[in-house]
Design a protein around this ligand. Structure first.
Ligand code: GFB
Length: 315
């Protein structure tokens, strides 16, 4: 990409898209293209085709998606498979039809088998059964990866796919029912402190391990790969470090300044026991995550307090 390239960020209001947009702007890219849902419905084939016909983006960051935590994935499996499949079918196909030079597709670490050897190398894709709580989402994302690879093979396109680990940061969803664990716990501890509660409830046993990447690090990695990596092989993006949910909860408890106790609701699912990415491939290309977990949580909590904490229903 050069600074005047026509770059489309699909999903610019979400956690990932907004971070990519911020980063591109701060690096001086000045021909950026983004549309609200009201302007272009990415699930609508003719809307997307008209948009591409008119705008002909040269580069695309495909960050638009329906994403959510373990409970949202279980409660809305149809939406997770339909919306994600529709968005990527429309964008990837039209990127080919209208001559996009390069597209970066965002997958997810949940594409790997539930009981995958750890850390998970890129070549473990499709070597075992998926985690049932998010299978429809994972199947959609796997279809997106295979679609990029198929178009590269048949049409000679340059569509790359990256697999981020669990993400967090500004513009995340803090809804306690549908969000991922990290924003959910930020909100729970914050509200418990504000309401002088004695306990905060953690879902599951607290023993599953997860890897967390600050979204500004992901944005940096995506722009790095867009500029430096060509190829159909998928690339993991993570920190290479994991932490049990219980320990994560203690860090957030401290950051939010809550003095009470934790309780564990074991009627809620744990999900996959471990999900640690092998990040050797991206590290050897010259990129490494910089933001430490506590530092990233502090930044996110600050953002929550400033931007969302004062609103009654923050999503
Ligand atoms: O972040 P999370 O919802 O998703 O949950 P996954 C991670 C772990 O945290 C699970 C536990 O073991 C949860 O039971 N947990 C504890 C909580 N307290 C809470 C809470 O208050 N809220 C939430 N949400 N979890 C998602 C997938 O899996 O990860 C998606 O469903 C996607 O498809 C995403 O891939 C990155 O890490 O289990």
């Amino acid at each position: 990409m050069n600074k005047t390239s026509r770059i489309y960020i699909a999903g610019h209001k979400g956690l990932v898209g907004s971070a990519i947009l911020r980063r591109l702007q701060s690096e001086g890219y000045n021909n950026l293209l983004y549309k609200t849902h009201g302007e272009v419905d990415l699930c609508n084939q003719s809307d997307v085709k008209s948009f591409f016909k008119k705008e002909k983006p040269e580069y695309i960051f495909l960050a638009a998606a329906r994403a959510g935590g373990i409970q949202a994935n279980s409660a809305f499996p149809a939406e997770f498979i339909y919306i994600n499949s529709a968005i990527q079918l429309n964008i990837i196909h039209n990127a080919h039809m209208y001559g996009t030079k390069k597209l970066l597709f965002l997958g997810s670490s949940c594409i790997y088998p539930r009981l995958c050897p750890q850390p998970m190398k890129e070549e473990y894709l499709l070597t075992g059964l998926l985690e049932p709580t998010n299978e429809p989402y994972a199947i959609a994302k796997i279809a997106g990866i295979r679609m990029c690879q198929a178009y590269n093979r048949q049409y000679g396109t340059n569509f790359i796919s990256v697999m981020p680990t669990n993400l967090y940061g500004p513009n995340d969803n803090f809804d306690p029912e549908t969000s991922h664990v990290l924003p959910a716990l930020i909100r729970k501890f914050h509200e418990a402190k504000a309401g002088d509660k004695k306990t905060v409830e953690i879902w599951g046993t607290g023993t599953p391990k997860r890897e967390f990447l600050y979204v500004d690090d992901l944005a940096e990695a995506c722009i790095f790969l867009m500029n430096r990596y060509d190829g159909s092989d998928i690339i993991n993006i993570g920190t290479g470090e994991e932490i049990p949910i219980k320990e994560l909860a203690y860090i957030i408890k401290e950051v939010a300044g809550f003095n009470g106790e934790l309780t564990f609701d074991t009627s809620k699912p744990d999900g996959t026991p471990r999900k640690l990415l092998d990040v050797n491939r991206i590290n050897s290309l010259g990129w490494k995550a910089e933001t430490g977990l506590k530092d990233g949580i502090e930044k996110t909590y600050k953002w929550y307090l400033e931007e969302a904490g004062s609103k009654p229903a923050c999503r």
